[in-house]
Design a protein. Structure first.
Lengths: 254, 286
C-alpha cells in the first residue's frame, strides 16, 4: 500500500483540502479579479510546490487556461464597447482598459476553480476522498459508483480496442479515411455495450459475494485519518473565509 | 444437523422452455467436501446459484422447493448477509473483481472491509491468504491486468479470505496449469482441515477423486448418483453421463476387460491403485 501520490499536501486529510477548495471558489465568486489573479493563483502555484508534482500541475493548469479562459477573455475584449482608455490598437483590433478588466473579472472564477480543483486532484487520491466521505457517513454505494466509474473508463477503452481487433479479424475495415472509420465504429459499439451490460450482472454478484450489502459498519484498509493539523487548518480556513466574506459584505453595504 | 439442505428443488429460467433442474434433494453435513459433476450445461452452475441464494432473487425464473442453511430458509435471508455464511467463487475470473481497487492486495482485502473487519486483522489475513495461494508476487499488480490463472487465484483468495463456513466453488481451476491446480486443491484440503464445508464444481476428476469425500452426479435435470468419491468413480455408468473417470479407474477397467488383472475394487486414486497392484507385481510378474 505504498502511497501513489507524494508530497506534504497529500498527507493532509482529503476533507481539509475540500474545505479549502470550496472556500477558495466561494471567495473568488464574491471578490473581483484581483483576489483571483493576484492572491489565489500565486497561492495555488506556491502550494503546488508542495504537491510533489509541480511541473505536472503547471502543465494541466496552463492547458485548462488555454482551453476556456483565453476564449472568454478574447470575447470580452473584442465585444467591449465602452469608451475607456485605449491600451492597444491595430487595424480593427482595439483593446480598452474596461474590456481587459471585464475579461479578468469574468475569468477569475474559472481560473481559481481550475487552479484549486487541479491542485486538489493532484494531491488527493479519489479513493482517499471517498473513504473520508464515508467516514462522514456518506453511503458506500455513492463511493462505489464514483470509484468504479473512474476505473471503468480505461477498461472500456481497452475493451473497445480488443473488439476493434476482433472485428478487423472478421474482415471489417477499420482503418483508412474518415468514412471508413465511422462505418467501422458501429459494429464495434454494439458488442462493447452488450458485453458491458452482461458483465454488470456478474459484477453485481461479485459485489454481493464480497459482502457489499452486508449490514455491518465498513472498515478501510487504507489508514485515512484526520490529524490535529487538519482540524486546525480547516478551522483557520473557515474563519479566514468568514471574515473575508464579512469584509466583502461590509464593503457592499457601505 | 445438515449445514445446507435442498428439499425437492425445481427451477426453470424465465425465458427457457424447459426446467433445468428437477426434484433436487440432498443435504450436506458440516465439514463435508462435496463435488458436483455433470456435462456442460446440465445445471451445475445454476445449482450453485440456488445454494448461494442468488436464485430466484437475482436471476429470475420459477423455483419450487426449499434451501435451508443451518435449518433456516435461505429465501428469507438477505443476499448481503448471506455473504457472512456462504462464500461463492464463480467461473469467469475476469469479472470477479470489485472494480474499485488498484492492487491485488487491496482487492483481496475488499471483502473484509465490507464485513467491517479491523484494519490490522485485514492486513494479517490478506498476507496469510496471499501466501497460501502463492500470489504474494502479484500484490501490487492491478487486478484488471492479470492473466487468467492469476485472476482465478486472486478471485479465490478474495473469497477465501472472508472465511465463510460454507464455500461454493465453481470450476476454480479451469484456467490453471497442473501446478496451479494442485495448489488450489491443497488450499481446499487445508480448508477442509479447518472444518469448512466445501461444494466444488470441477471437471478434473482425477483431482476430485483424490480430494473429495462425496460426489453428486447430475444428468438430465436429476441427480443420478450421490455417493462417496470412490464409489462414484469406480462405476463405469458414470461414463454415460458425459463425465470422465479418473485415469487409474479407466486403466483398471481396461485391464479387467482384458482379463489380465483382477481387482477386488476398482481403484480411483493413484495410491489405491498402487496399493492393489503392488502385491501382484511382486509375486507374479507374468
Amino acid at each position: 500500500m505504498d502511497d501513489r501520490k507524494k508530497g506534504i499536501l497529500s498527507k493532509l486529510y482529503p476533507l481539509t483540502k475540500l474545505v479549502f477548495l470550496f472556500c477558495a471558489i466561494l471567495l473568488a465568486i464574491v471578490y473581483d479579479w484581483k483576489f483571483g489573479y493576484l492572491i489565489m493563483v500565486p497561492l495555488s502555484l506556491f502550494l503546488a510546490l508542495f504537491s510533489g508534482n509541480f511541473i505536472g500541475f503547471l502543465k494541466k493548469f496552463i492547458g485548462a487556461l488555454l482551453l476556456f479562459v483565453i476564449f472568454v477573455f478574447l470575447f470580452k475584449i473584442m465585444l467591449d464597447k465602452s469608451d475607456s482608455q485605449i491600451l492597444f490598437q491595430w487595424q480593427f483590433i482595439v483593446i480598452r482598459i474596461q474590456g481587459l478588466i471585464d475579461g479578468l473579472n469574468q475569468t477569475s472564477v474559472l481560473v481559481v476553480m481550475a487552479a484549486v480543483v487541479l491542485l486538489f486532484f493532484e494531491t488527493t487520491e479519489v479513493e482517499d476522498l471517498m473513504i473520508s466521505l464515508q467516514q462522514k457517513k456518506v453511503s458506500h454505494v455513492v463511493s462505489y459508483i464514483v470509484l468504479s466509474t473512474l476505473q471503468m473508463i480505461p477498461d472500456m477503452v481497452k475493451r473497445s480496442k480488443v473488439i476493434m481487433q476482433a472485428q478487423q479479424a472478421r474482415g471489417i475495415e477499420t482503418e483508412g479515411n474518415i468514412f471508413l472509420r465511422v462505418r467501422a465504429f458501429f459494429p464495434s459499439l454494439g458488442p462493447l455495450i452488450i458485453s458491458s451490460i452482461s458483465e454488470l450482472e456478474e459484477r453485481a454478484i461479485t459485489l454481493e459475494v464480497r459482502g457489499f450489502s452486508a449490514s455491518v459498519e465498513k472498515t478501510f484498509l487504507k489508514d485515512i485519518q484526520s490529524r490535529n493539523i487538519d482540524g486546525i487548518l480547516s478551522l483557520l480556513i473557515i474563519l479566514l473565509s468568514i471574515s473575508l466574506l464579512g469584509w466583502r459584505i461590509f464593503l457592499w453595504l457601505s | 444437523m445438515a449445514v445446507l439442505e435442498l428439499k425437492d428443488v425445481t427451477f426453470k429460467y424465465q425465458l427457457a422452455k424447459e426446467t433445468i433442474l428437477e426434484n433436487i434433494s440432498f443435504s450436506i453435513e458440516k465439514g463435508e467436501f462435496v463435488a458436483l459433476v455433470g456435462r456442460n450445461g446440465v445445471g451445475k452452475t445454476t445449482l450453485c446459484s440456488i445454494m448461494r441464494g442468488l436464485i430466484p432473487t437475482f436471476h429470475t425464473g420459477t423455483m419450487s422447493g426449499q434451501v435451508l442453511l443451518n435449518g433456516l430458509d435461505i429465501g428469507e435471508m438477505s443476499i448481503g448477509d448471506l455473504a457472512l455464511h456462504i462464500g461463492f467463487v464463480f467461473q469467469n475470473p475476469f469479472v470477479q473483481v470489485s472494480g474499485v481497487k488498484q492492487t491485488v492486495f487491496e482487492e483481496v482485502a475488499y471483502g473484509l472491509e465490507n464485513l467491517g473487519v479491523k484494519r490490522s486483522e485485514i492486513i494479517r489475513r490478506v498476507e496469510e491468504m496471499l501466501h497460501q495461494l502463492n500470489i504474494e508476487h502479484l500484490r501490487s499488480k492491478h487486478p484488471m491486468q492479470l492473466s487468467g490463472g492469476q485472476s482465478q487465484r486472486v478471485a479465490l483468495a478474495s473469497v477465501l479470505v472472508m472465511d465463510p463456513e460454507i464455500l461454493i466453488i465453481d470450476e476454480p481451476t479451469s484456467q490453471l496449469d497442473p501446478q496451479g491446480t494442485e495448489e488450489v486443491f491443497e488450499t481446499i484440503r487445508l480448508l477442509k482441515e479447518r472444518k469448512k464445508t466445501i461444494i466444488l464444481v470441477e471437471h478434473k476428476v482425477d483431482w476430485v477423486a483424490e480430494y473429495a469425500d462425496r460426489v453428486i452426479v447430475i444428468d438430465d435435470k436429476h441427480i443420478v448418483k450421490d455417493a462417496s468419491a470412490s464409489e462414484v468413480f469406480s462405476d463405469p455408468m458414470i461414463l454415460e453421463t458425459g463425465n470422465n473417470l479418473p485415469q487409474v479407474a479407466l486403466l483398471a477397467l481396461r485391464l479387467l476387460e482384458l482379463g489380465k488383472v483382477d481387482f477386488n475394487k476398482i481403484p480411483t486414486t493413484l495410491d489405491e491403485a498402487v496399493e492393489q497392484l503392488k502385491g501382484r507385481a511382486d509375486n507374479g510378474g507374468n
